[in-house]
Design a protein around this ligand. Structure first.
Ligand code: SF4
Length: 120
């Protein structure tokens, strides 16, 4: 199976044709450098993303606060991560970069706030 993806490792944005067999990358075409091959392999075989979202607050200066994981997580965990984030409610003053979960979903990543918030 051939899958078309765009390499996002640099602004050039090469269009890649990735030949996949049994979930593994066999060949990559269209890449202008070797980073494209590495990107295609990661994107097809083990796609990861920095998760960004917002969490609710109670009694705070903002109704919602933006959060993100400090490192990428596997895409397959995104749905589970969003369900957990939906249940979070912040009630204490935080500054940008503060950690609200040291080991989010037991994945070894931190969940941090990307905007400060204070109690009212
Ligand atoms: S393949 Fe290389 S040149 Fe092309 S977008 Fe990726 S990193 Fe940039």
């Amino acid at each position: 199976m051939i899958k078309k993806i765009t390499c996002i490792e640099c602004p050039k944005g090469c269009g890649l044709s990735v030949n996949i067999e049994n979930g593994k990358v066999v060949t990559v075409e269209g890449n202008a450098c070797l980073k494209g091959i590495k990107y295609a392999a990661a994107e097809i075989e083990n796609p990861v993303r920095i998760l960004t979202s917002t969490v609710l607050t109670k009694g705070m200066s903002l109704k919602m606060v933006p959060v993100r994981t400090d490192r990428p997580i596997q895409k397959s965990y995104i749905r589970q991560a969003m369900k957990k984030i939906e249940k979070i409610c912040l009630t204490k003053t935080l500054k940008t970069g503060d950690v609200i979960d040291e080991n989010f979903l037991n994945l070894g990543v931190k969940l941090i706030v990307t905007r400060g918030v204070s109690r009212i």
